[in-house]
Design a protein around this ligand. Structure first.
Ligand code: MG
Length: 259
């Protein structure tokens, strides 16, 4: 099931994405399915008539995993960490499909990072890897936008990963997906830059949930970004970044000057 959050003429609403007579359509839900379940209103809207928004706004946090693909770690001259390398992005960095990534003046080397994102479905702590699927609501596509120069110069990653608009997600949440072996591709202005598979993750999704939940409580709507394959690179204002994950869809965002 694909869950979208969207805006028409009124407040953001949630719905189930499907097709009616070959036309992409959203069956509107009564509330946020993370908290209110999947009760339908009976109303349907065409996808083309609404604006898709970030499918979830994390209440507390976006958890990122660094250097989780050996070829990506190597391309930046880093070793693969034995235990997952965890960082946080603020929830204020989250934007939706089509919304602009603001290129900050503070950086001269902003990179895209195409990633599979896990959406947490329930409050949890100390989740065994074997039970990870029980706390997963679904999956979406994420761009872990990173100011590479500031990441290096700051040491800490809060600024480099945390600018407003540095966490595009979408276009929806897929609740029925096996994350073990999915193709992840990123294009910039139509040119392919990343082409990897989630099967090449060093630490797999269940192990990441077990590790992260071993030291912090995860809440419904929290996001876990699982790391990026090789091929990261710079974007500048005027570029358009598209990330496609097999079975999920494509997330596209323009890059614009923040000044
Ligand atoms: Mg990343």
């Amino acid at each position: 099931m694909r869950i979208a959050r969207f805006a028409g003429d009124d407040d953001p609403r949630f719905g189930v994405v499907g097709e009616e007579d070959g036309v992409p359509t959203i069956a509107v839900l009564k509330g946020d399915p993370l908290y209110a379940g999947f009760e339908l209103t009976g109303q349907k809207v065409k996808v083309e008539d609404v604006r898709l928004l970030a499918p979830v706004i994390p209440r507390s946090k976006v958890v990122g995993i660094g250097r989780n693909f050996a070829d990506h770690a190597a391309e930046l001259g880093n070793d693969v960490p034995e235990t997952p390398l965890v960082f946080l992005k603020p929830n204020t960095s989250v934007i939706g499909p089509g919304e602009p990534i603001f290129h900050p003046e503070q950086s001269s080397n902003v990179h895209f990072e195409g990633e599979l994102a896990v959406v947490i479905g329930r409050i949890c702590k100390d989740v065994p890897a074997a039970d990870a699927s029980k706390v997963i609501f679904g999956y979406t596509v994420a761009n872990d936008v990173t100011a590479r120069d500031l990441q290096k110069s700051d040491g800490q990653w809060a600024r480099a990963k945390g600018f407003d608009t540095f966490c595009p997600i979408g276009p929806w949440i897929e609740t029925n997906l096996d994350p073990a072996d999915l193709r992840v591709t990123t294009t910039v202005n139509g040119e392919t830059k990343q082409d990897g598979r989630t099967s090449d993750m060093v630490h797999k999704v269940p192990d990441l949930i077990a590790y992260v939940s071993s030291f912090m409580t995860l809440l419904p709507g929290d996001l876990l970004l699982t790391g990026t394959p090789a091929g990261v690179g710079r974007v500048v204002p005027g570029d358009s970044v598209s990330i496609t994950i097999e079975g999920l869809g494509t997330l596209t965002n323009p890059v614009v000057d923040a000044s």
